[in-house]
Design a binder for this molecule. Structure first.
Ligand code: CDP
Ligand code: MG
Length: 756
C-alpha cells in the first residue's frame, strides 16, 4: 500500500495540482517490536495483558454484523432480528467464553475492574450475566454511560436481546427522559443521572450492582460517582463483607458490588483507587491493522482527509472508510467536498456514500451508518469521537485519523463566571490506538494517521480527567445537597491548586483552593445558593432540584415572584436543548437572517427565541401535519429537533415546578420586563455595561466584550446587557444577548454584593 500512493489520483480531479499534493505515508510494518496494541484475555489478578506488540493473528469466525440499525433508531424490541438469532449472536461474542469466570470473580470481589476491546460485549452482556446468575439478588443493576445516546440505544439493544420492550425488565434514565418501571432490573443511565439519584437515595439502596462503563473517559460525573461508590460500599458492606455471607437484615441494604469497565489500559489507576481491586481482561477479536503515518505534518486536516479518502477510494480494494474528525462543522464541510468530488468520478468507479455521525444528530439519522453498504459502493463514515468506543460500526476496513478532537475546557478566570470553551486539539495516544482499532473489527485493516510518527510519540497518554478542566458549579451544588464538599472527597484526581489563578474573595475567605472550585463557589454565592459560610441555602436546595445549570434554575425560581414562569420555562427549555434553535447555513446567511427578522424582539435574543417557539406552537396547534411543520421549520431556518426536544424538557421542568409549588401556568402576557428580570437573576455574572466608546465592559470581570454579530442586538447600543455565554474568536463575543433596564440591575442583590 505504501509505495504506490504517489500515483493515487486519477484524472477525475478538477484541480490537477492536487495530484502533486498527495499525502505521503510512512509505513509502520505490522511486526516491528513496538507495543501498539494489546490483546486481552480473562486472567487472574496481577497478570498483565499480553504486550507482545502484535495483533492476534489467529482469527476465529467472522463477526456478525448485528442489527444495530433498528436498535439505535427505534427503541423497542424485536427489530434487530428474531430473539433466537439474537441469542445466537450473544453466544458468539468474545466475552461469552469468559462468562463463568467473570461471574465467579464478581461474586468473590466487591470491586472488579474489567477491560476489553470495544465490541467484545462488555456493556450489553455483563449486566445480563449478572442478572441471569442471580448475583444481584432482588436489587437492580445500574450501568452508567457518559453519553445519553449510548444509554438509550443500549437499553433498546439489551431489551431486544431479552425479547421485551424498553421500560420493562430493561430500562434507561437520562436527563429529561426516563423509561423504567417496577419491573426494571437493568437500568442504563448517564453517569449524571446516577449522581442525581444520590440525592433521593444516598446509599443507592435500590441497586445491588453498579457498573461504571467507559470509565476511562473520566467524565466529571463518573469521577464523582466513583468517589461516592467507594464510600457507599464501605457503609453498605461494612463488616458483613469481612465476615463472609451477608446476614439477613431488614434495615441494611444488600451489599454493593462495583464493576468498573473500560476500553483502554488505565486499569491500574482504578484498581489502586479501590484498594488493589481485581483486574480482568476480555480478549477481543481484533485483526491486524496496518498503520501509516504521514511523513510530514499536515496543515489542513480536513483537506488531507479528503485527499486521503480519494487515495483509498481509487487505489484500494472495497471496504468502508471511517474518518475521525473533531466536530460537526468539519464533518459537514468534508462531507460536502467528498460528495462534490465523488460526483465527478468516472462512471465505472465505485460509488461513494457519505454518512455523518455525531452525538447531537437526529435520532434515526445515524441509522444509515449501520445499514449494509449497497453493492458497488464505498461507505464513508465521518464521525466524531463517538465511534471511538461508544459505538461499533460494522464494515469498516480503513480508518483515517485526523488526530484532532474537541475538548471542553473551562477557563476559570475572574471574568464573571469564567468561560466554557470547546477547543479543537490533538488527541491522545489512547484515542489514536482506539481509532486505529476500529479498522480491524472484521478483517485486516488499514489506518492512515494524518500526523507524523513523531507527533504520535509526543502525544499525551490519555486525556486529562474532566474534573481538572470543567466548570464545577453544578456538581458542587449537588454535592452540597449531599452534605459533601468537593475538596474533601476521596477523588481519583483533584483539580490543581494554582495560586496564581485562584481568587481571593474576602467575604468567603477563599484564597488558596483550586481555581475552578473557587470560581464555582463564587457563582453559587452570587446566585444565593450558598451563604457566606459556604453553607447551602434553601434557595440552593430548590435550585438543585432542577435538572438544569444553576444559572438557569435560578432564573426559573425568580420567575415565580415576577409572575412569568410560563415564558421563562419556554426560553430555558430551548436553551437547554442539545442544539441551537436558529440554523446557521453559511451560504444562505442572508435568507436566514431575512426569515428570522419576523421573530425579532427589540429586547434581544431571549424573547426572540420565545417568539419563534410560540410561532412553532401555533403552527403545531393548527392542523398542520408532520411534513408541513417540518417544511415550515425549514423555511424559517429553525431546527425542528431543538423545538421537539425543548417541548420534552419543558414538560419535565413543569413537573419539577409543580413539586416545588411553582405554578408554571402563570404568564406575564406580552410584558418583557418580568422575563428579562428573571433571566438576569440567573445571568447576573454574565452582564455588561455600555462604555462611552461603544464597547461593553463586564460588571464582574475586567474584560471588554462585543455583542456577537448573530445577535438581534448586534447593531444596537443599549445601556446594559445580559448574555448566555462568551465565545472567543479574534475577540470576546457575548452570545444570546438581551437588553436589561438599569432599574432591573439595581434590584438584583448579586450585583450589589460583588464588592462586599
Ligand atoms: O461494550 P463493548 O464495546 O465491549 O460491546 P457491546 O457494546 O456490549 O457490544 C457487543 C456487540 O453488540 C457489538 O459487537 C455490537 O455489534 C452489538 N450491539 C448492537 O448490535 N447494538 C447496540 N445498540 C449495541 C451493541
Ligand atoms: Mg461498551
Amino acid at each position: 500500500v505504501g509505495k504506490d500512493r504517489r500515483t493515487a489520483y486519477g484524472d477525475f480531479h478538477p484541480k490537477n495540482h492536487v495530484k502533486k499534493k498527495h499525502v505521503p505515508w510512512v509505513e509502520v510494518s505490522d511486526d516491528d517490536d513496538r507495543p501498539r496494541k494489546t490483546t486481552f484475555k480473562v486472567v487472574a489478578n496481577g497478570h498483565q495483558p499480553h504486550q507482545d506488540g502484535r495483533y492476534p493473528r489467529k482469527i476465529k469466525k467472522p463477526r456478525h454484523s448485528l442489527g444495530l440499525t433498528e436498535a439505535l433508531s427505534t427503541p423497542g424490541p424485536g427489530n434487530s432480528g428474531s430473539a433466537a438469532s439474537l441469542q445466537e449472536q450473544r453466544k458468539e461474542l468474545p466475552i461469552a467464553k469468559g462468562r463463568d469466570a467473570l461471574i465467579q470473580e464478581i461474586q468473590n470481589n466487591d470491586v472488579t475492574v474489567l477491560l476489553g476491546e470495544t465490541g467484545s460485549g462488555k456493556t450489553t452482556q455483563v449486566p445480563q450475566y449478572i442478572l441471569e446468575s442471580g448475583l444481584a439478588g432482588n436489587g437492580m443493576i445500574a450501568v452508567t454511560q457518559p453519553r445519553k445516546v449510548a444509554a438509550t440505544s443500549l437499553a433498546a439493544r439489551v431489551a431486544a436481546e431479552k425479547n421485551t420492550s424498553v421500560g420493562k425488565l430493561v430500562g434507561y434514565s437520562v436527563r429529561f427522559d426516563e423509561r423504567s418501571s417496577a419491573e426494571t432490573r437493568v437500568k442504563y443511565m448517564t453517569d449524571g443521572m446516577m449522581v442525581r439519584e444520590l440525592l433521593s437515595d444516598p446509599l443507592l439502596s435500590q441497586y445491588s450492582v453498579v457498573i461504571v462503563d467507559e470509565a476511562h473517559e473520566r467524565t466529571l460525573r463518573t469521577d464523582l460517582l466513583i468517589a461516592n461508590l467507594k464510600t457507599i460500599q464501605k457503609q453498605r458492606n461494612g463488616l458483613e463483607a469481612v465476615s463472609g455471607k451477608g446476614k439477613e437484615n431488614a434495615n441494611k441494604p444488600h451489599p454493593l458490588k462495583i464493576v468498573i469497565m473500560s476500553a483502554t489500559l488505565d486499569a491500574e489507576k482504578f484498581s489502586k483507587f479501590f484498594n488493589n481491586a481485581k483486574i480482568l481482561y476480555v480478549k477481543g477479536r481484533q485483526h491486524p491493522v496496518k498503520i501509516y503515518y504521514s511523513s510530514e505534518a499536515q496543515t489542513d486536516y480536513v483537506d488531507s482527509a479528503m485527499r486521503t479518502f480519494f487515495q483509498i477510494h481509487t487505489d484500494q480494494p472495497p471496504g468502508d472508510v471511517l474518518i475521525f474528525l473533531p466536530g460537526q462543522e468539519d464533518i459537514e464541510s468534508l462531507e460536502k467536498s467528498i460528495k462534490l468530488f465523488a460526483s465527478q468520478l468516472p462512471k465505472d468507479e465505485m460509488e461513494v456514500l457519505t454518512c455523518p455521525m455525531y452525538a447531537s444528530q437526529a435520532p434515526g439519522q445515524n441509522a444509515k451508518v449501520f445499514a449494509a453498504t449497497p453493492p458497488k459502493t464505498r461507505k464513508c463514515i465521518l464521525s466524531t469521537n463517538i465511534a471511538e468506543t461508544s459505538i461499533t460500526i460494522p464494515g469498516v476496513k480503513y480508518v483515517i485519523d485526523t488526530g484532532m478532537c474537541k475538548e471542553k475546557r473551562y477557563l476559570a478566570r475572574d471574568t464573571g463566571g469564567g468561560f466554557d470553551t470547546l477547543l479543537t486539539r490533538a488527541i491522545t495516544k489512547s484515542s489514536a490506538m482506539q481509532r486505529a482499532g476500529r479498522a480491524g473489527r472484521e478483517g485486516m485493516g488499514v489506518c492512515f494517521r494524518l500526523y507524523t510518527e513523531d507527533a504520535f510519540n509526543n502525544m499525551a497518554l490519555a486525556p486529562e480527567p474532566e474534573i481538572m478542566r470543567c466548570s464545577l458549579t453544578s456538581s458542587i451544588l449537588q454535592l452540597k445537597c449531599l452534605n459533601q464538599d468537593l475538596e474533601e472527597l476521596d477523588l481519583m484526581d483533584m483539580p490543581d491548586v494554582d495560586s496564581s489563578e485562584s481568587f481571593h474573595i474576602p467575604a468567603l475567605c477563599i484564597s488558596l483552593i483550586p481555581a475552578t472550585v473557587a470560581s464555582a463557589l463564587k457563582t453559587l454565592w452570587l446566585l444565593d445558593a450558598i451563604n457566606r459560610n459556604k453553607g447551602l441555602t434553601a434557595l440552593g436546595r430548590q435550585m438543585a432540584f432542577f435538572p438544569l445549570e444553576p444559572v438557569h434554575a435560578r432564573a426559573v425560581i425568580a420567575s415565580k415572584e415576577n409572575g412569568c414562569t410560563r415564558e421563562v420555562l419556554d426560553i430555558i427549555s430551548v436553551l437547554s436543548a442539545s442544539s441551537k434553535l436558529f440554523v446557521d447555513v453559511t451560504e444562505q446567511r442572508e435568507t436566514a437572517a431575512e426569515a428570522r427578522r419576523k421573530f425579532r424582539h427589540p429586547s434581544g435574543d431571549h424573547l426572540t427565541i420565545l417568539n419563534a417557539a410560540r410561532a412553532y406552537e401555533e403552527i403545531a396547534a393548527g392542523n398542520a401535519g408532520k411534513a408541513a411543520r417540518r417544511a415550515w421549520c425549514r423555511e424559517q431556518f429553525l431546527n425542528e429537533r431543538t423545538l421537539l426536544e425543548a417541548a420534552e424538557i419543558r414538560n419535565q421542568l413543569r413537573q419539577t415546578c409543580g413539586r416545588l409549588g411553582i405554578d408554571w401556568k402563570v404568564s406575564c402576557g406580552d410584558k418583557e420586563e418580568p422575563v428579562v428580570k428573571s433571566l438576569a437573576y440567573g445571568l447576573a455574572q454574565n452582564s455588561a455595561f455600555l462604555q462611552p466608546d461603544g464597547s461593553y465592559k463586564q460588571t464582574m470581570g475586567q474584560s471588554t466584550v462585543k455583542i456577537h454579530p448573530g445577535s438581534v442586538l448586534a447593531e444596537k447600543k443599549v445601556p446594559a446587557i445580559i448574555y448566555d455565554e462568551l465565545i472567543f474568536t479574534n475577540q470576546i463575543y457575548a452570545r444570546g444577548v438581551s437588553s436589561v433596564p438599569k432599574s432591573v440591575f439595581a434590584s438584583i442583590g448579586a450585583l450589589n454584593r460583588r464588592t462586599a
